[in-house]
Design a binder for this molecule. Sequence first.
Ligand code: ADP
Ligand code: MG
Length: 749
Amino acid sequence: MMTDGSPLAVAMEEEESTAVAMEVEESPSPSITPRDPPKIQRLEESVVNRIAAGEVIQRPVSAVKELVENSLDADSTSISVTVKDGGLKLIQVSDDGHGIRREDLPILCERHTTSKLRKYEDLFSLSSMGFRGEALASMTYVAHVTVTTITKGQIHGHRVSYRDGVMEHEPKACAAVKGTQIMVENLFYNMIARRKTLQNSADDYGKIVDLLSRMAIHHNNVSFSCRKHGAVKADVHSVVSSSRLDSIRAVYGVSVAKSLIKVEVSSGESSGCAFDMEGFVSNSNYVAKKTILVLFINDRLVECSALKRAIEIVYAATLPKASKPFVYMSINLPREHVDINIHPTKKEVSLLNQEIMIEMIQSEVELKLRNTNDTRTFQEQKVEYIQSTLKSSRSDTPVSPLPSGQKTPKVPVHKMVRTDSSDPAGRLHAFLQPKPHNLPDNVSSLNAVRSSIRQRRNPKETADLSSVQELLSGVDSCCHPGLLETVKNCTYVGMADDVFALVQYQTHLYLANVVNLSKELMYQQTLRRFAHFNAIQLSDPAPLSELILLALQEEDLDPENYEKDHLKERIAEMNTELLKEQVEMLEEYFSVFIDSDGNLSRLPVILDQYTPDMDRVPEFLLCLGNDVEWEDEKACFQGVAAAIGNFYAMHPPLLPNPSGDGVRFYTKTCEKSSQENPALGGNVEMESVLDQELLSDAESAWAQREWSIQHVLFPSMRLFLKPPASMASNGTFVKVASLEKLYKIFERC
Ligand code: ADP
Ligand code: MG
């Protein structure tokens, strides 16, 4: 939300340009004459403060967050926000909290003045949002701030304006309602570049609405409102409620609230990390293109990309028509496990035992999703029935405000829900007859929608082809329970070489062959997602026959043998023909799409966030054409799944690993021009140069693979892999050390 690098970048540009200007003044031609070291000077305090302020208040939404947090810290039960011009002209936050004492007003906006922290140790028992005493001060360095406040028992309030940390005048007595009102006007009036960037971006109001929506659903004991200056209607409006679901309904709408499942984890002490989580996650009825993760840790609104990714992986793999989820989670940890002092805006927190927590949450979400997924057919039909009968009797019930703050036409992503029973207009259900099961056959324009809905409604309809079920039970029955435990609970340490990863499980260290593991995982996932894949569209569809020929040429590098080449062409042709006969099956069941011109144009998504190495397409096609037994259904599915598994496996990239010895591959030897040094006469000197382009390709391919191994392969393996018994003996898992044994060795020393 607030990490947008641009304002920071702008701030840095500003600093740099002043530094350059100073340099030029001191030394007119620095590039020619070596100059004396420039003099170090103490920056004026106002400059220091303004630079610091720019970090705390990066954009209008950061100011709103700080002000609202102050209101929450002041025990308010009602907070309203008014915004003009995306927050650049005005941000006004009014609350009904305890107010500020008259005698504190003179230092209120100085840096490091706070009522929430006395000594450093307090940080570890702090329950307030703020503690740095920086926010209000920062605002006065980049805007005009006016505070109106009244404390309990006073007959009148006080109003005072601030600039650069100090009061502009003595506080004036004024009429006031309970609490505090803070007005921030002309934000960044003295930071021209930042103001310009923000003026152009125009989406800050949306960010503010998003922030308040998130705050409102978590702090459901406080009522929130947010509106544009002069607008009658609020874009966020929540009332105090004892039910979290009610607040979600009020803020994000009925359709979102209706598609939520409750999730809860209580880790207990034994797992090594004590935490409680409770929240809501969307079920299969919810459809959106972007994940919404509303995450609070110890009541702080934070972001955690690792958790977000972990949840997305579960959705992609569990729901047949994978949608991005809506997730609200509140995690509570012992305060000493969270370091809140990591970021000036306190947006990022770091946690002890993050990995274990994420895995426990992943498992809970997966379990709940699977359970609801099983009963989904029944539920959806029921909902549909109620809807279609209610359709005529429903008048326009009030719809909750649009959290994005747009007037009407732009539907925020989190509102794009296909199964919204509250809004029949323009939706398939609106056309349905009261009879739930019979879609009228003559609605031909709806065919596409129907088929996708049918797929969502009956996820197993096509996948219950008994041969696939048999293959899946085969996977289950071969599973090695000990390895399963290891895979589920191991921690990834790092790559030991190109193929083996080092993993730790309990007191043991293992080398795990990532190629074998990923191949098996992809094979199993192909069977599990059979007929329900999302697709990767290839930007350049490639002709089958050429690809297969390419693969055949790599099989045998003997260029002289013309006979063989001819043979290869024939084999390529044959295989192409064979695959062309199977296009329908390949598309329907495996999402491998070959168009009418014989070009491969689409591939399945096996694991979210992972695309296979396209250099391996030729080999894949050859394998499909050559190795699959097409006649027998079960053998055929198994063959195709194995070919896909092999293709998607995380093989080492084809370019050698540039770190270590592999770098030799990128070194070319060429003649060095001897003109510079005539003393060498006619001697030709050889020089080694690195092929930079190839090297950087290789570096990024290897880095990408390692990222995928850590962030896609291992998390997915923990969830889905059923390791076959053969892996215990074929070198896929090799135990390299046990802590107990290591201790013995140490003891002897
Ligand atoms: P911090 O929140 O880190 O203490 P701030 O600069 O945000 O620092 O606020 C400084 C102090 O001003 C707070 O400690 C609090 O005592 C007081 N304050 C700010 N806003 C409010 C408010 N809305 N109601 C009551 N007191 C407030
Ligand atoms: Mg504060």
